[in-house]
Write a protein that binds this ligand. Sequence first.
Ligand code: NAD
Ligand code: UDP
Ligand code: UDP
Length: 317
Amino acid sequence: MKVLVTGGAGFLGSHLCERLLNLGHDVLCVDNYFTGSKRNVAHLLSNSGFELMRHDVTFPLYVEVDQIFNLACPASPVHYQHDPVQTTKTSVHGAINMLGLAKRVGARILQASTSEVYGDPEVHPQPESYWGKVNPIGFRSCYDEGKRCAETLFFDYYRQHNLDIKVVRIFNTYGPGMHPNDGRVVSNFIVQALTGQPITIYGDGAQTRSFCYRDDLIEVMLRMMDTENGFTGPINIGNPNEFTMLELANLVIELTNSKSKLQFDPLPADDPKQRQPDISLAKDKLSWEPTTQLRDGLTKTISYFDGLISSGQYKPQ
Ligand code: NAD
Ligand code: UDP
Ligand code: UDP
């Protein structure tokens, strides 16, 4: 099959491209390099099944493909809040263009949605049936509401045009290949610990997240894309093991043997207090549950960042 991956030069997209090539598909990777980079897919360029295209999904795209994974969108709060108007455009115009493309060529299309559609949740853990508690006018809204509107568009194209859609709600995912300046908590803590800088805890560190290792997540995305009988989702994908940010910081310090001290900084506005996926649906429909424990995934991620730093590919400021 010929598979389009938007946001294919990003953290998750680049690993998805690699997996798809290994499965024998042709891959068209489309990216505007806002948070991703050519370096992430440089090792794939010699593969004759791989094609890389610089393109912004807010503009129409006319190509011939069989499947579309729509991942284009900055995922780190620091980056998606940098140009919030562009973030909403990427989610909304990007979804319209990719759905229009899917409609024209009859392709199956998967949307990388997010746990952020639940906002700062009052239901815990979060099942797919929960509609969320989202601020429509805050600093995170460009991402949260953009992704919610993208889900709306997916389901309207499904109902109105009979499109073959799949929607996955991804919970916090980490692993090798994250950018050292990505700004998300796992990369920040590891880089800080490895370079002896203070570990920046926002707020009191009692807020929770549930962290999924990259390879577990790519596996379930592929399984979701391959489901039949009109199964659309939305479906939660992530690891239900929940940790406070203080627990994460202490585990990173232990695994890196770091002398870094904790530094408490202000909590960003609308930062969700707790987040844990209810993955009953994924277990039931996709026979899937994550297998990588946080300690093991962090160890692999730490050695990736250690390699970047010791080889001089990343110089801490
Ligand atoms: P990332 O920032 O590494 O990757 C996003 C990619 O999209 C980058 O390569 C970026 O350059 C590209 N992009 C951004 N705007 C674009 C545009 N207008 N046109 C074309 N390309 C554009 O983030 P990631 O962690 O790999 O996330 C991938 C997808 O998964 C995103 O849609 C994100 O919202 C979703 N997601 C990720 C997580 C996570 O924890 N990693 C959680 C929930 C949802
Ligand atoms: N589109 C695209 N590639 C295609 C087909 C459509 O990028 O191969 C874009 C096109 O710009 C359009 C959008 O997708 O604005 C939605 O297409 P659709 O056919 O649903 O709606 P319409 O063309 O009527 O606006
Ligand atoms: N966080 C932190 N220190 C950092 C970066 C993030 O304490 O250096 C916190 C952040 O406030 C949030 C959690 O870690 O409560 C996860 O943040 P991230 O940006 O990784 O993702 P989010 O789930 O908020 O989108």
